[in-house]
Design a protein around this ligand. Structure first.
Ligand SMILES: C[S@@+](CC[C@H](N)C(=O)[O-])C[C@H]1O[C@@H](n2cnc3c(N)ncnc32)[C@H](O)[C@@H]1O
Length: 837
């Protein structure tokens, strides 16, 4: 590392003069007058001197320091500096001598530039780079100042790259950092969305060492907020903080509304529930409720709803009543969150709900600001509080504002309609969905799906009428599935003449575009995970089209093969359980002979066809749950084409809302097999809900996909330590990728007690899994790149044995029995298993 040239006495004296300058302008004048003698540290100190004096900038008080700075005119200063030639000349001087700055000088420069709102200056990132080369000799206060300064670099990759470097000394030496630096670093890491587990582990152990120093409310709040905002659940640290601070009324009394509700929000974000602390916080929130802003109300209610705890009796209801008086101050997002939370807390009758819905529905200004998430939350709130009329009004108001209802809005609306008795509502909503479809294929698929729903409700004539209407009003929106349906329903109704008239005598006169093989390349947008863009669902509708063109009707094997061929020929990864995964799903269903299989996550219907073809021979049924209403549409078309509509019921909605409906529809203990293929983070809570509702039969087998990469450690814990036996991981290849993944299978044993609380280390593993899941969603990192470290560690808490099972000439399945004891004797794949260990 280059050494800085020795400084002259004159330069030291200049530092003094600069810091003693009466105003920022005086400091700049002085610098200009002495420009020839100023050295690099002088230029760096000039920036500090320009700042109108900040109060203590240690640790978490940064927010207050900045507020103070702005009050003192800092904002205006920042604006006027940009047009001041003395300022730009100073920056040029500094830029020329960056290599002469110490780590501390460099930290002061980035910190000053950030405070002076000059992050866009090239000097800012250059100095950050220079600093990152000197971190080995950087003191903790400088590291924390730099960490704060770098928080809002807009380029995410650039920002995270700098934080990875900044984290090195934190991981190595956090134990020797003062408390103020630690809390400022925590806050900055959280704000920057930096998610390296080792850094949080180091911060946590250092903070625990400081726990006897008195943390200020803002410190407590910022530590919890930052850990939780990145999803790092640290039970040891959080429990200590709760015991020492958050369960003590006199401590919590010093928290302001933002500290209070940020803390509860943080806990709910990671699912950490310390009841006593939550109650103490709730009492304090109740005491301060008149000072609450809308965001504080919504965060507080949301926290209790997410943690599924009611809070002290009547307290939250009273807080919500205060919110009702201020409903005019709420924006669309906060209204939606608060409504959703009240619904989840079971406060269906609370007046806030009607006030809030009235405000959204009655004000085009509020309504037009509803994002898709807020609309979906409001729609779910209407559904859960049995307000179907309000839900209709909400959708109408959304349309009136010129907003599309979108997949997430329709999900709750369709779910409400499907689960209710009102067939007319379902008809209306699906008709609207068809009318809003921007593609004839989509329109046809929605109409077919609607006809299938009416048929399932027993209204075959109504179903037939829907198709006749489609043919008359929009002949191009007609598919092979429409023809098949017309033929089948016509036969059931004894209306053959009418059916053949509709089919044009020798079958439907299909539009040429429908018959053409899928030749066009996939549009790049279709590869994104967002189902909201202009090209959303292209990939999925092309998959359906490939089946309609590439497989004969009534042949599930051919339909599944057509999906695989379509994806393979284009190297287009589809999130389906094909190849070895498909073998496992099929073999488990064949072995278990279930009366009812519940599948969570249907997507394009590949696995639904797989299990349905397997169980139909013994009269089994499938209930497939899918949150996305357009995926539901596709799956229903796919199943009808494959001749499996009568074996599978596809239900729209979040598993959380659909699982109770399963109980009503199929009865208690009706489920003999569950196949979980939704988000891995939901596995254990969905399974727990099924257990709670007594849906699982005594012989139920539970199979889950994607358990190794990115991983579901809490789920494995739930199975391996809870009311299940022979929890077995099956090593398989991911469809179209060579990477290894695991499917996990376990058998219900209701006589065993539920799993105890997982050890804290498992939350760290869950953090790593989620971190990876995000990377694969946002950064396009392939699942194969996941280190998959979770499970070797996770499994070390249990006993494992390994068995290799050849299932075909080309694939080998490795079974890892997570609990000791032999594999269940009645379980076997097609080929004999060979025990290797
Ligand atoms: C991996 S895909 C399912 C693939 C399918 N099982 C197959 O093998 O063909 C996951 C699907 O689950 C749906 N999903 C995610 N979370 C869900 C939830 N909580 N409830 C219902 N569906 C969910 C997604 O919309 C997506 O279509």
């Amino acid at each position: 590392m280059p050494k800085r040239p020795p400084r002259s006495n004159e330069c030291y004296a200049l530092d003094k003069d600069l810091s003693g300058a009466g105003s920022p302008s005086d400091a700049l004048d002085l610098a200009m007058a002495k420009a020839e003698v100023m050295d690099a540290p002088n230029w760096a100190n000039l920036l500090l001197a320009i700042l109108p004096n900040l109060p203590s900038h240690s640790g978490a008080s940064m927010r207050y320091a900045l507020a103070h700075w702005k009050k003192k005119g800092g904002h205006h200063l920042a604006a006027s500096l940009r047009s001041d030639s003395r300022w730009s000349r100073s920056l040029q001087r500094l830029q020329a001598s960056l290599q002469d700055l110490t780590a501390r000088d460099a930290a002061n420069v980035v910190w000053s530039l950030a405070t002076l709102e000059a992050k866009q200056e090239p000097l800012f990132l250059e100095t950050a780079d220079a600093l990152c080369g000197k971190l080995a000799v950087c003191d903790p206060v400088s590291i924390s100042k730099a960490a704060w300064a770098l928080t809002s670099i807009p380029n995410r990759d650039r920002r995270l790259e700098l934080y990875s470097k900044l984290a090195v000394p934190v991981v190595m030496r956090a134990d020797s950092f003062p408390l103020g630096s630690l809390t400022m670093i925590c806050y900055s890491f959280g704000k920057a969305d930096f998610r390296e587990g080792d850094a949080y582990e180091a911060l946590s152990s250092a903070l625990i060492g400081h726990m006897n120093n008195s943390l200020r409310p803002i410190d407590v709040c910022n530590v919890i907020w930052s850990f939780c905002t990145v999803g790092y659940r640290d039970d040891v640290l959080f429990t200590k903080i709760c015991e020492m601070y958050l369960t003590k009324e006199e401590m919590v009394r010093d928290f302001n509304p933002q500290d209070l509700t940020n803390t509860t929000w943080g806990f709910c974000k990671v699912g950490f529930c310390h009841r006593e602390a939550m109650e103490t916080l709730a009492f304090e929130c109740h005491r301060q409720r008149d000072r609450f802003d809308p965001i504080h109300f919504s965060n507080l209610l949301y926290s209790f709803a997410m943690l599924r705890i009611p809070g002290p009796p009547s307290l939250l209801a009273e807080v919500a009543s205060t919110a009702s008086q201020q409903v005019a101050r709420f924006d669309a997002g906060n209204l939606a969150i608060a409504c959703w939370a009240l619904a989840a807390l079971g406060m269906s009758e609370h007046p806030f709900l009607d006030c809030a819905l009235e405000r959204v529905i009655g004000s085009s200004q509020v309504c037009s600001n509803l994002g898709s998430r807020a609309l979906s939350m409001l729609a779910l709130a209407c559904f859960r509080t049995a307000r179907p009329g309000r839900l209709d009004q909400l959708l109408d108001a959304t349309r009136l504002c010129g907003l599309g209802v979108g997949a997430s809005g329709y999900s709750a609306a369709v779910m409400a309609a499907e689960q209710g008795k009102d067939q007319e509502r379902e008809l209306r909503i699906l008709r609207q969905m068809a009318a809003e479809a921007r593609d004839v294929r989509m329109q046809a698929a929605v109409c077919n799906s609607l006809a299938l729903r009416l048929w399932k409700r027993g209204d075959t004539a109504g179903a037939f009428a829907v198709l006749r209407g489609l043919k008359e009003s929009s002949p191009h929106s007609w598919s092979v599935v429409s023809s098949l349906l017309v033929a089948r329903l016509g036969t059931e109704l004894g209306a053959l003449a009418e059916a053949s008239e509709l089919l044009g005598g020798d079958g439907a006169a299909l539009d040429a575009a429908w018959e053409a093989p899928v030749l066009s390349g996939i549009h790049p947008m279709a590869a994104t995970r967002q189902n909201e863009g202009a090209h959303a669902y292209t990939r999925e509708f092309m998959t359906l089209h490939a089946v309609l063109c590439g497989a004969p009707p009534g042949d599930p094997d051919a339909a599944m093969a057509a999906i695989e061929r379509f994806a393979e020929s284009r190297s287009l990864w589809l999130k389906i359980t094909a190849w070895e995964k498909g073998v496992v799903v099929q073999e488990v269903a064949r072995w278990a002979q279930p009366r009812l299989i519940v599948e969570i996550g249907a997507y394009v219907g590949y696995s639904a066809m797989n299990v349905a073809r397997t169980v139909r021979s013994h009269g089994g049924r499938v209930a497939s749950l899918e949150v996305d209403p357009l995926h539901v549409t596709l799956v229903r078309n796919m199943l009808e084409y494959a001749g499996l509509s009568d074996v599978v019921d596809v239900w729209t909605g979040y598993s959380f809302d659909s699982i109770p409906h399963l109980l009503k529809t199929y009865g208690p203990r009706s489920v003999d097999m569950v196949f979980m293929d939704q988000k891995g983070t939901r596995f254990h809570s969905d399974l727990a809900l099924m257990e709670e509702l007594d849906l699982l039969s005594d012989r139920a087998v539970i199979l889950a996909d994607n358990v190794l990469k990115p991983g579901a450690p809490l789920y494995i814990w739930h199975l391996a330590k809870g009311s299940y036996h022979h929890c077995t991981a099956i090593s398989v290849r991911e469809f179209l990728l060579q990477s290894e993944d695991w499917m996990v299978m376990a058998f219900r044993d209701a006589s065993k007690p539920p799993a105890p609380t997982p050890p804290p280390e498992l939350h760290r593993l869950a953090f790593e899994s989620d971190h990876f899941r995000k990377k694969s969603m946002f950064d396009g990192v392939a699942p194969s790149k996941c280190r998959g470290t979770c499970h070797p560690k996770c499994l070390s808490t249990t006993t494992t044995t390994t068995t290799v099972v050849p299932v075909s000439s080309c694939s080998i399945l490795v079974l890892v029995l997570i609990f000791g004891g032999p594999l269940t004797p009645s379980y076997s794949f097609k080929h004999k298993s060979t025990r290797i260990q």
